[in-house]
Design a protein around this ligand. Structure first.
Ligand code: IVH
Length: 683
């Protein structure tokens, strides 16, 4: 392809992608499958890599991230980012309304009400229709430039068309949509990672991540609520909101103009419950004077505008009784205590359970069975116990003692140093752990045999037809057809007996058979090694290429793989140390599963690096590490994982570990930078 052909193709791809994005995000419609969409995007990314001269600043490829920002630049805000004065009281709100009336000396005025989103404030600067900068609030005067990360937020336009002011700033709130937050936490739980505490902190932490591709995978969103700039043509706040909405920004559909403070109070009452149905967490209502000339007239105090105020909802809480504590055991053996409460109505739903997290939390609360406790739901998904009413405690109550043995298999629990959770170490004999591992194995992201539901798995286990996931490959249609299993109607343990139909049985057999073709990286994820999630499995599979090499890798060799830390390395080594696990893998091999990476045809680019060996370490600006490896291989070089005297080059990026540098220096290895590597390529 010539450069000008590439340019044409890039433009056409951008147009198609933008068209489908717009359809999806603005009109909630789709015309092509996710797969087809991803293919367009991949094609664009490949072309942009090959012809960087045609890569555009507002290319939709930026949405997938990939940029590594080592440290964020500090940017001084053109207009300071102020905070709002807030109140929990309706009287204070009426007092504020009186001050506004007085300040406006008898002029008529109206308010603009919108919800107060509980996320992270962000300021976006557009110049000539292009998104130039995204900066966090910071201390209000200066914040961090997180442009690469903000560009991964799909609803933030990268460019605008039509009649747009040449320069303006628009501010809003980035939030972690509730359903996305749950999805990410499920994934983390799945591989034994600690869960993210709450959507707000998670959004803030995500925006400050160095690797924008992780930011992209978290699917943050953003509501815009404030337009700023010189020579903008609008006279009211509501006009400005309509304008930015027209330009394609995401504006919350919850705003409303109110003529009087009574109408404001109605708005507040109306959203008190309804707000829980919104995708973002909210903690109040923001009330703004609508006319801009009146905003100017009222002005600012040192910290906040006089023309706006936040009314905050009290965190909803209710009082109830702790009836019992039950303990759940997960796939990894981690034990979670759950509070069973006397049912109580809270924020529109009946609450019967709350998580107690771990033994520390129980100790911190000093909670006892029979205690009167307060439960809160700050818009969050799972209610939490925030306190114990000691005045109501019965004299006969006794301190809670954490269980010492597994509630499922009675094995003595262990608690590792530095970990908050207790674990059941009976990996191979504890029913929920066995069941959990099989459920992990069959899920769509892994072996994709999810026609096999959890009740059927339980049936198979109960009847001794399987003992672990490798036994799935010994099942026949006859085993499954008519298989009896218990169907549970609720968590109390009531069930009815059902039997598997012919059609389902044959579907399951088909899916098991198909799963033999699943690529190695997914099989590796399916094994359920603690801390080895999808991405880590991909990294390990590409690096080691076969399960044989991975299982023989030492701690040091594992740690030398980019992005693999001590914790993961120890877990992998630990997994393959167990003879049970090695046998399990052998059985899967015999069953015909894929335990080697399928190599892609390498397109040769030259022989400048012929027979030279390379170790790459650290973070690079122009290439991802995988790209760098491809480049080395495509030019005849070899990528190795450990530093030895025989090594030709260590390509050193930023953030490289000091021990590697020391070792390479000692052994007299050539240490080269990314730029020097490029010279070598071109030489
Ligand atoms: S207007 C001059 N509108 O609340 C202040 N802020 O305490 C202009 N916030 O830093 C801000 N939802 O992060 C405004 N609908 C909304 C908001 C909102 C949330 C946040 C924002 C601000 C903080 C002020």
């Amino acid at each position: 392809m010539t450069s000008s052909e590439a340019q044409k193709e890039i433009l056409s791809l951008i147009q198609q992608i933008n068209y489908h994005n717009n359809l999806y995000y603005q009109q909630s419609r789709t015309e092509i499958s996710d797969f087809e969409f991803d293919q367009l995007l991949e094609k664009l990314i490949a072309l942009e890599e090959q012809f960087p001269e045609h890569k555009k600043e507002d290319s939709p490829s930026q949405r997938v991230g990939g940029t590594i920002t080592k440290s964020f630049n500090t940017v001084v805000h053109k207009y300071p980012m102020m905070s709002l004065s807030n109140t929990y009281s309706k009287e204070e709100l009426t007092d504020w309304d009186n001050r506004v009336a007085k300040g406006l000396e008898g002029q008529g005025y109206e308010y603009f009400c919108e919800l107060k989103f509980d996320g992270v404030a962000l300021s976006l600067t557009y110049e000539n229709g292009l998104l130039k900068r995204a900066v966090t609030r910071g201390d209000g005067t200066q914040g961090d430039d997180i442009t690469a990360n903000a560009k991964t937020i799909r609803t933030i336009p990268l460019s605008l068309s039509g009649e747009i002011p040449s320069e303006f700033e628009v501010r809003g709130e980035v939030y972690f949509p509730k359903h996305e937050f749950e999805r990410v936490n499920k994934e983390r739980e799945d591989i034994g990672e600690d869960k993210l505490a709450n959507p707000r902190n998670a959004a803030s932490g995500t925006l400050k991540m160095q690797d924008s591709s992780i930011v992209s995978s978290r699917k943050l969103d953003c509501y815009l609520y404030y337009l700023l700039g010189q020579d903008l043509e609008y006279t009211t706040h509501s006009d400005s909101i309509n304008q930015i909405e027209g330009w394609g920004f995401n504006v919350s559909p919850t705003y409303r103009k109110c003529k009087t403070i009574e109408e404001v109070l109605e708005y507040i009452a109306e959203w008190e419950e309804k707000r829980h149905t919104l995708p973002s967490e909210t903690d109040g209502v923001v009330i703004k004077v609508n006319r801009l000339d009146q905003q100017d007239q009222l002005g600012f105090t040192a910290k906040s505008p006089r023309w706006a105020i936040a009314y905050k909802y009290k965190a909803e809480s209710a009082s109830t009784i702790l009836e019992s504590i039950s303990y759940q055991v997960g796939r990894t053996g981690a034990v979670t205590p759950v509070a069973n409460l006397k049912p109580v109505l809270l924020a529109g739903t009946t609450v019967k359970r709350a998580s107690l997290h771990n033994a520390n939390e129980i100790e911190r609360l000093g909670i006892r069975i029979g205690d009167t406790v307060s439960v809160e739901k700050g818009g969050e998904i799972i209610p939490k116990i925030t306190g114990v009413d000691l005045t109501q405690r019965s004299d006969s109550s006794t301190p809670t003692e954490y269980i010492t043995n597994c509630p499922e298999c009675d094995t003595e629990l262990v608690r590792l140093e530095g970990e908050a959770n207790h674990y059941c170490p009976n990996t191979d004999g504890c029913p929920p752990q066995i069941q959990g591992r099989i459920e992990h194995f069959i899920q769509r992201k892994a072996m994709d045999i999810d026609s096999l539901g959890s009740e059927t798995i339980r049936g198979l286990l109960d009847q001794g037809l399987i003992k672990d996931y490798s036994d799935l490959y010994t099942l026949t249609f006859e085993h499954l057809n008519g298989l009896e299993f218990k169907s549970f109607s609720d968590k109390k343990g009531d069930y009815s007996l059902r039997s598997l139909r012919e059609k389902s049985a044959s579907n399951i057999i088909k899916a098991i058979d198909e799963s033999r073709k699943t690529p190695f990286e997914k099989v590796l994820f399916a094994l359920g090694i603690r801390y080895v999630g999808q991405t880590v499995a991909e990294k390990l599979a590409t690096h080691f290429e076969t399960i044989q090499k991975l299982s023989e890798a030492s701690l040091e060799e594992l740690i030398e793989v980019p992005e693999i830390g001590d914790r993961i390395a120890e877990s992998v080594v630990g997994f393959f140390k167990e003879s049970n696990n090695r046998e399990l893998v052998e059985r899967l091999k015999t069953a015909g599963l894929q335990f080697e990476i399928v190599k892609q045809e390498l397109v040769s680019e030259g022989t400048n690096l012929a027979d030279k060996s390379f170790v790459i370490s650290g973070v690079f600006t122009q290439f991802s590490r995988d790209e760098l490896k491809e480049k080395i291989k495509a030019n005849g070089g070899k990528v190795v994982s450990s530093i030895s005297g025989k090594l030709d080059y260590l390509v050193a990026g930023d953030k490289m570990g000091p021990s590697k540098l020391e070792k390479a220096t000692k052994l007299g290895v050539n240490i080269i930078s990314e730029a020097e590597f490029l010279d070598l390529l071109g030489a």
